[in-house]
Design a protein around this ligand. Structure first.
Ligand SMILES: [Fe+2]
Length: 288
């Protein structure tokens, strides 16, 4: 395992709409997160853009299709591409999602949640071990949103607080068994908590903060009484509140990434939101 270089500060997710501005301005961001699947099989022009971004900032790959908890074999193609990316850009770590997205060769365009079961814990641990043998860069898993619980979960306790505990217990057990670290998406924590009537603070209080390598912040939208994790708009107040709580618990400025995927504004507006994150993190640490 390559020893981790440290990643610090605040980053932005690369979206095609932002690339030209990223490459022409002097922007106060510390690193960029990129989706490797968007660059696989790209032509030389796109490859030059990626190289230029990588010359200006550290790049952290955040893939979508590992399907770490899924039944299909891990994609050797993705593993090969990720290994090449990690050799080329030497990221501190790479991340994907604690979920699955492929069954019988069919790739869902969704990150499906895993059942809270011993079998799921063992499956993730085994597959993470397979990945680790092939990619010498630490794997970090992100907590996802979900809109239904998967069949096969251990029986959920009755109270909302205990249910938040059950999910956090599963998450901690997976990280421990797989020796993966966590990408803590506080917007996802908030969306799940509201949709299932749970306490997001109770969830955060059980997250093993020593394993958190990165925090994601984002916006969401309400549709027909449900919060949907759309990554749109500025970060809402309750998500900032959870972010401050996470930073207070961590006792450090955890590398933080703003996700803005829908109606992406100018880079200047995106970076204003990143500056808000810097301010919230500073306030959180002052008030510990
Ligand atoms: Fe996220």
């Amino acid at each position: 395992m390559v020893p981790s270089r440290s990643l610090n500060g605040f980053g932005v997710g690369v979206r095609e709409q932002l690339e030209a501005e990223l490459l022409t301005g002097d922007w106060p961001i510390d690193w960029l997160e990129v989706t490797p699947e968007h660059w696989i099989d790209c032509g030389p022009r796109r490859r030059r853009v990626l190289d230029a971004l990588g010359e200006r900032w550290p790049l952290v790959p955040h893939s979508l299709s590992l399907s770490i908890g899924g039944p299909d074999p891990v994609s050797t193609r993705l593993i090969g591409e990720m290994a090449r990316f990690c050799t080329r850009f030497e990221p501190t770590f790479w991340s994907d999602h604690l979920s699955y997205s492929q069954v019988d060769g069919v790739q869902a365009n969704e990150l499906l949640p895993l059942p809270y079961s011993e079998e799921a814990i063992e499956r993730v641990a085994t597959r993470a071990g397979f990945v680790r043998q092939r990619i010498d860069t630490r794997l970090v898993l992100e907590n996802v949103t979900y809109y239904a619980e998967m069949p096969g979960s251990a029986k959920m306790p009755a109270s909302a607080a205990a249910q938040a505990g059950a999910e956090a217990t599963f998450l901690s057990a997976v990280l421990e068994a797989s020796d993966c670290d966590l990408l803590l998406d506080v917007n996802n924590v908030y969306v799940n908590a509201v949709n299932f009537g749970r306490d997001p603070i109770a969830f955060l209080d059980q997250v093993p903060m020593s394993r958190v390598q990165m925090i994601h912040i984002a916006g969401h939208r309400e549709r027909e009484g449900l919060l949907i994790d759309t990554h749109e708009g500025p970060v809402p107040g309750p998500v900032w509140e959870l972010y401050r709580h996470a930073i207070r618990r961590a006792g450090r400025v955890v590398p933080t990434l703003l996700e803005w995927d829908v109606e992406v504004p100018s880079l200047e507006r995106v970076i204003r939101e990143v500056e808000h994150a810097r301010a919230h993190a500073a306030v959180a640490l002052e008030s510990r």
